[in-house]
Design a protein around this ligand. Structure first.
Ligand code: S3P
Length: 426
């Protein structure tokens, strides 16, 4: 599918982005192994939603969908059963890594795979610690790539220092830790999103969060209803559109503003963005708010260090914002971008260069010199939802017409993205 986007004279609107993908994954997975019934409202949409729900259903979870809500009947920690077929996580890194924690904890045989992109993403980061806990796991390329096979059960707790700050790895180990004998202690090199810790606390698990470690012990969970906030990462596309367009005002409703996710607000505020947060409240243990954004005079900044895991998914769209900022923006310490749905350093630099940006690839990031006029061109999605959407937003602001090839990649997390984009102005 090809989408053609032209410059808008004014961007205006109120947007409710679909439910947060990270929180949806956790709400579905933990309620599937909890005791009791739960209702999940405003669940995420798109192919990644199907990936997690199909894997859980393949494991025998009782999940039903009606009127946009998900209903789950949990049968306790050991209520899942051996899957009769190969589980398919599609394009979703969160699905394969979180579900791998489950497969390791359960005394059965299972196989999980994914699409071409996922089959090339690193899995040794989960295979190594899960094997130390006692799971028997094999995979391609010396057990480092999917498909992965599991013979789980009888896990023993470990103390593990994670080599990367990754919420997917941390969550995978916390899930395995729920099934292990003893106390699993996980140390992260830097802070990553904490939705797993938050939901496990609300469901009554034996989890303890210390300054630099997290401890978990075998525990039964109680089902909880969750009203999922609007996706923080997908909201960022519209926030950047509002900041960078010279005549814009956009309001985003009910956005998740968990501090481990709002690195993008920290960065944009440091760049001088015109952003207002109102109507702050806590829903299901997660902070949410409305975000209003207006045209802004941005300045370049450095994005590096501990903030990187908190903006990891937003770096392509922040790179676009940097094209409209006065001065230089340097993005460092973000080599993890190379192992996302695409090599996001390469795909961002390729797209923005085609649109006329002054952007250079570095080993662990990008350097962007702001201020050049972006001009519409033909850009690729690299099979990556976030690159497709970054290019769509660029098209709203670049001069002339931007053609986004393989625009359907946005369907992975935001199937209504293009429709929403077309409602924004004239
Ligand atoms: C996610 C964690 C991040 C992020 C991904 C979603 C999650 O990955 O890039 O889109 O829901 O845990 P890493 O934790 O591996 O960096």
């Amino acid at each position: 599918m090809i989408e053609k986007v032209t410059t808008l004279k004014r961007i205006e609107g109120e947007i409710l982005t679909p439910g947060d993908k990270s929180i949806s994954h956790r709400a579905a997975l933990f309620n599937s192994i909890a005791s009791g019934e739960s209702k999940l409202t405003n669940f995420c949409v798109g192919d990644d939603k199907l990936a997690i729900l199909n894997c859980l259903k393949g494991l025998g979870a009782a999940i039903e969908e009606s009127n946009n809500s998900i209903y789950i009947k949990g049968n306790g920690l050991n209520g899942l059963s051996e899957p009769k077929d190969i589980l398919n996580a599609g394009n979703s890194g969160t699905t394969i890594r979180l579900v791998s924690g489950l497969l390791s904890g359960n005394d059965f045989y299972s196989v999980i795979t994914g699409d071409k992109s996922l089959r090339n993403r690193p899995m040794e980061r989960i295979v190594t610690p899960l094997s130390k806990m006692g799971a028997i796991i094999s995979g391609r390329e010396r057990n480092s790539l999917a498909p992965l096979t599991f013979r789980g059960g009888n896990l023993t707790a470990i103390e593990y220092k994670m080599p990367v700050a990754s919420a997917q790895l941390k969550s995978c180990l916390l899930i395995a830790g729920l099934y292990a004998t003893g106390k699993t202690v996980i140390q992260e090199p830097g802070p990553s999103r904490d939705h797993t810790e938050k939901i496990l606390q609300s469901m009554g698990s034996q989890i303890k969060i210390n300054e630099s470690t997290i401890e978990i012990q075998k525990s039964e969970l109680s089902s909880i209803d969750v009203n999922i906030p609007s996706d923080t990462s997908n909201s960022t596309f519209w926030i950047v559109a509002g900041c960078c367009h010279p005549n814009a005002s956009i309001k985003l409703k009910n956005v998740g503003i968990n501090p481990t996710r709002t690195g993008m607000l920290e960065v944009l505020n440091a760049m001088g963005a015109n952003i207002k947060i109102t109507n702050e409240k806590v829903e299901g243990g997660e902070p949410v708010a409305d975000i209003t954004v207006e045209s802004s005079e941005l300045i370049g900044v450095e994005i590096s260090g501990d903030i990187i895991p908190k903006v990891i998914d937003e770096l392509p769209i922040l790179a676009l914002a940097a094209c409209f900022a006065k001065g230089k923006t340097i993005i460092k310490d973000s080599e993890e971008l190379r192992v996302k749905e695409s090599d996001r350093i390469k795909s961002t630099v390729n797209s923005l260069t085609k649109l006329g940006a002054q952007i250079e690839e570095t080993k662990d990031g990008m350097v962007i010199k702001g201020g050049s006029q972006l001009v519409g061109s033909e850009v690729e999605s690299f099979g990556d939802h976030r690159i497709a959407m970054t290019n769509g937003i660029a098209g709203l602001i670049a001069k002339g017409e931007t053609t986004v090839i393989n625009a359907e990649s946005a369907d992975v997390s935001y199937p209504t993205f293009w429709e929403t984009l077309r409602t924004l102005g004239d």
